[in-house]
Design a protein around this ligand. Structure first.
Ligand SMILES: [Zn+2]
Length: 315
């Protein structure tokens, strides 16, 4: 980014502050990650649930692409960014198609200078005889266990156990309509999403984070992430109604900005959990985040002064 002057640059940073990731006004995705943490990526406009591009689902992602294309055509998205996004989408599509036909040619990773070592590690195995989906998976495993990390046991397991399982699950190479092989390697779709341009070595410097245990679902509010938006049962509705009655003064201004019934339930559940376990840091954090969100929204719409609303509130 080129700035016309020092003043221009500082103005740019100053005005951009509210839109920066982590700013209170910026809505984050919040989907539960494998580590148990909430996804910190910004929500995309197209996602009604406020999810990020990775977690928004195909419908919103398609709408996002249309908007990105328009922005590319008008010059506000660079050719590089657009091409990278298209390559990523093509790789995702290929991964999807492989679920139906693991013999579809193509790859989503380029090991670069490590390709020789990879071939070496395979010994007698001929990658051309294997389903491309399995070879692609194996390359990713190689990168993960031999380049990003040094984990000989995991690599051995991938090679000796998981690869044969994937190969047998793929079945024999499909034969073309005229009884010939459909020439898999003539025009392989190779979407090299992952270029290690300057540094062919791993960028990972932190140890792997352990995976969180599987989310518990059921009665009560026991899981990390956004509050539930499932419909409430009769028992729960009674409890939530009581929470509402007892905290009507506090809740009314928040609820004024929430028209969706599922979201109203989520507000009540969050407050219920906080009141039930006021010393639980997580419950407290969720409730404060909600209050903060409502406050920001009201400030933005200018309908009410936040102090009027939250001056005698719980926080
Ligand atoms: Zn996300």
């Amino acid at each position: 980014m080129k700035f016309a002057s020092q003043e221009h640059e500082s103005l740019f940073h100053e005005r951009g502050e509210p839109y920066r990731m982590g700013s209170p006004g910026v809505r984050t995705c919040g989907a539960r990650l494998k580590t148990g943490a909430a996804c910190p990526n910004p929500a995309i406009k197209e996602s009604k649930q406020g999810r990020c591009l990775s977690h928004c689902g195909p419908h919103a992602a398609r709408a996002y692409r249309v908007r990105q294309k328009r922005r590319f055509e008008t010059g506000s998205v660079s050719a590089e960014e657009w091409n990278r996004a298209e390559a990523r989408r093509a790789a995702n599509r290929l991964g999807d198609q492989w679920k139906k036909n693991p013999w579809l040619p193509g790859s989503t990773i380029d090991l670069g200078e490590h390709e020789y070592a990879f071939r070496d590690a395979l010994g007698d195995l001929d990658t051309a005889a294997l389903p491309p989906a399995a070879v692609d998976w194996l390359r990713w495993r190689y990168r993960r266990t031999q380049i990003d990390r040094q984990n000989a046991a995991a690599w051995h397991e991938a090679l000796a156990q998981e690869l044969p399982r994937r190969v047998s699950a793929a079945g024999p190479r499909p034969v073309g309509v005229r009884g010939r092989d459909p020439k898999p390697d003539v025009t392989p779709r190779t979407w090299k999403v992952d270029h290690w341009q300057d540094n062919p070595h791993s960028k990972r410097t932190m140890p792997d984070k352990p995976k969180a245990p599987k989310a518990r679902r059921g009665k009560g509010y026991g899981r990390v992430g956004r509050p539930r938006t499932q419909p409430a049962g009769e028992d729960e509705l009674a409890v939530l109604a009581q929470v509402y009655r007892e905290n009507a003064g506090l809740l009314e201004p928040i609820m004024a900005g929430v028209t969706d019934e599922a979201k109203q339930l989520a507000v009540l559940r969050t407050l219920r959990d906080y009141l039930a376990r006021p010393t639980d840091a997580e419950a407290c954090k969720r409730w404060l985040a909600l209050v903060h969100g409502a406050r920001t929204q009201m400030r933005a719409s200018g309908t009410m002064r936040a102090a009027d609303v939250f001056g005698n509130g719980l926080n």
